[in-house]
Unconditional design. Structure first.
Length: 98
């Protein structure tokens, strides 16, 4: 089914690695960190992985890093764009907290 003209294409699903899932399930995780991770998944989805301010690795161009929290104050989120999969998706692979 084609999209109606004038509409933006849908984002890509942002899946969580087991490591990130375990982190989100940790009851001691501060609420601001939990919220920042959820917000990151929304931005990753909506931009299809092309998050403003994210960086790509020269060695692994499908891998990206983005700041977590205001100006990266909480840490870094790492994700991989799997555009050639069926269906295409993104995996939030790791969260590095400060």
């Amino acid at each position: 089914m084609s999209e109606p003209s004038g509409e933006e294409p849908q984002g890509l699903p942002c899946l969580l690695s087991q490591e990130v899932t375990d982190l989100l399930m940790d009851r001691t995780l501060p609420g601001d960190v939990f919220g920042a991770i959820v917000a990151a998944t929304v931005v990753i989805n909506e931009t299809r992985g092309q998050v403003p301010g994210s960086t790509a690795s020269a060695k692994w161009p499908k891998q990206r890093r983005m700041p977590l929290g205001a100006n990266g104050s909480l840490g870094i989120a790492e994700y991989v764009i799997v555009a050639d999969a069926d269906p295409p998706h993104i995996v939030l692979t790791r969260i590095q907290l400060y």
